[in-house]
Write a protein that binds this ligand. Sequence first.
Ligand SMILES: Cc1cc2nc3c(=O)[nH]c(=O)nc-3n(C[C@H](O)[C@H](O)[C@H](O)COP(=O)(O)OP(=O)(O)OC[C@H]3O[C@@H](n4cnc5c(N)ncnc54)[C@H](O)[C@@H]3O)c2cc1C
Ligand code: SF4
Length: 330
Amino acid sequence: MRPFDYARAASPAEAATSGAEAGTSFIAGGTNLLDLMKLEVMAPAKLVDISHLDMGEIEETEDGGLRIGALVPNSDLAADPRIRRDYGVLSRALLAGASGQLRNKATTGGNLLQRTRCYYFYDTAMRCNKRQPGSGCQAKDGFNRIHAILGGSEQCIATHPSDMAVAMRALDAQVETIAPDGATRTIPIDEFYCLPGEAPHIENVLAPGELIRAVRLPAPRGGCHVYRKVRDRASYAFALVSVAAVIRLEDGVIADASLAFGGLAPMPWQDKRIEAMLVGEAPARELFALAGELLVDAAQGQGSNDFKIPLARRTLAAVLGEASGLEVPA
Ligand SMILES: Cc1cc2nc3c(=O)[nH]c(=O)nc-3n(C[C@H](O)[C@H](O)[C@H](O)COP(=O)(O)OP(=O)(O)OC[C@H]3O[C@@H](n4cnc5c(N)ncnc54)[C@H](O)[C@@H]3O)c2cc1C
Ligand code: SF4
């Protein structure tokens, strides 16, 4: 690990001002950043410690939703009675991620901004456009079993690793930030992440120094909440494919549907064509199979990850079956 300066911020505004200095990173739980620093994948000149700031509350909002402070630990968020009752998909996604110890340290803001688990990104001897722009992508012609089948580019096919972010996307969360000049903004999560395109090192729309203060959830939308994560082991493994679903039935037809996917793309993935196809229809195996076809119609396997295409199709069908009370084998 390379030497670095350390400062503890006294307020979110002060953190954002210090964060604008070149080479500065925020540290919250440190469960991803410290690993990357030890491997010299990231080598910030200065760390601004935000872990003691007043951003650890879950509050009710005027519009009937919740405001989750950026420092709320993943374990507290998963256990919160309001989250368990009204946003079950989020609680389940959080509990499907990492381990109990990690969830105690990992924060809401840090989870959204954790870096990809692409093996070549973590190995500084390998080519990686995300770590070192312009150096190439070892995964394209290497072992790419965990990589993206949707939304990747010639420059990068890494997936976004967060389970929580997938549920947040299905729930239409918004990310609240403060910039170094004190300006605040609220960014819908579907505008928060960037696809790699020609610049895989740019992963989100945050400006230098911009600090996440909170994540806002809209009023509960009801329905049945399901999070299913397919992975190599029962615990401690990132998703190969995951599906977050909120489905509400009325009079035997699907009245509301919201879906998001993990393990498939460089960002928590959504395809609004699927919801449009489902709403107004009665649950049926054939319908769910068609939804799966739509999900992967533009998918591109990279060799070792070709299996994700049928796996994504089948996982979606199974989740839709579970959420609408119709058993569909995975
Ligand atoms: C063994 C292991 C297994 C794991 N398994 C899973 C899994 O299955 N699913 C899953 O989703 N995750 C998993 N994780 C990842 C874990 O969830 C993340 O490391 C954690 O959520 C990051 O949160 P943190 O607070 O520790 O972030 P940090 O490591 O402190 O920060 C991560 C990044 O976010 C930035 N940052 C943090 N807070 C803010 C803020 N408020 N504003 C702006 N920038 C900020 C930091 O500068 C840094 O770049 C695993 C991690 C490990 C080590
Ligand atoms: S997939 Fe992305 S992160 Fe992985 S080696 Fe290629 S450029 Fe780097």
